[in-house]
Design a protein around this ligand. Structure first.
Ligand code: SF4
Length: 279
């Protein structure tokens, strides 16, 4: 598959959830527990009681208000429509119950592949990462081909091995980006995987920080300078981002932003939208 075919103009759309063309897979396949994020318990493989017969959510516009903010902070990266329309060729699980459990097992595998594609696509859009664009492109094409495997082969995929390979190039991208703006006086506690739950980081210069996998739950990042920061896998639930500058930050997803709190003064990368609850 050529790069021209793979990285077509619609790829950005293909890596975003398109619930109209999905059989509500995240609302069925995944389990959740009653908590601040979900109003009740649900087992994996059981349809959420808010899922309608047309596979649309009955409370989609009021998820946070109705106690389902966990749903607004979930991102399938387009895996739902890929499994529904490509892997299972438009055959839904309600009318084909014999394939239901298998489809629910394929979905999280596809979600991981699409997440990798999302990050690789982002890395390919970063000018400073141009020296490694050939490798990023090769990696993207490889993962994209995997998403088109049969359901049987998808189920046997060693996803962790592919993730490790992709991660190598994402790390290199991160180093190239963060080297552009790193604050030399960055506090030592601000690093990859840091536990910064509830940390008071208001107004700090955190440019070029490596926040990979950091736990920033309810951290106060108001008015912080977060330009060129790597947010991959960071948990920013309830983090305060009002007035923060995240221009040029990388590997930050819409789901992460949806889980945080900000305001109209928060500067986000252009690919991300200001969540409704920030306005
Ligand atoms: S509340 Fe809506 S979005 Fe969340 S799992 Fe249920 S049907 Fe899906």
């Amino acid at each position: 598959m050529s790069a021209e075919v793979t990285l077509h103009d619609n790829i950005h759309h293909d890596l975003r959830a398109d619930c109209q063309h999905c059989f509500g897979l995240c609302c069925v396949a995944l389990p959740y527990a009653k908590s601040a994020d979900f109003a009740f318990d649900k087992d994996g493989g059981t349809p959420c009681r808010n899922l309608q017969s047309n596979y649309q959510c009955s409370i989609h516009k009021d998820l946070r208000e109705k106690g389902f903010r966990g749903c607004s902070a979930y991102e399938c990266f387009g895996a739902g429509q890929k499994v529904s329309q490509i892997t299972y060729e438009g055959k839904d699980w309600r009318n084909n119950p014999e394939t239901a459990n298998e489809m629910f097992d394929v979905f999280p595998i596809m979600q991981q592949l699409h997440e990798m594609l999302w990050y690789l696509y982002e890395a390919l859009s970063i000018d400073i990462a141009k020296p490694i664009h050939p490798e990023l492109r090769t990696s993207f094409e490889k993962i994209e081909r995997l998403t088109r495997l049969s359901k049987e082969r998808l189920l046997t995929l060693q996803v962790d091995e592919h993730r490790a390979e992709v991660n190598e190039w994402l790390l290199k991208t991160s180093e190239l980006v963060r080297a552009q703006a790193r604050n030399p006086k960055l506090p030592k506690k601000i690093s990859r995987g840091s536990v910064l739950i509830g940390a008071k980081l208001k107004g700090l210069d955190l440019r070029g920080a490596n926040l990979r996998g950091a736990l920033l739950i309810a951290a106060d990042l108001r008015n912080a300078d977060l330009r060129m920061t790597d947010f991959i896998g960071a948990d920013v639930r309830d983090a305060g981002l009002s007035g923060a500058d995240l221009t040029g930050s990388i590997f930050l997803t819409q789901a992460q932003v949806n889980a945080a709190n900000g305001d109209s003064n928060t500067k986000l990368p252009p690919s991300l939208q200001t969540p409704a609850h920030w306005k």
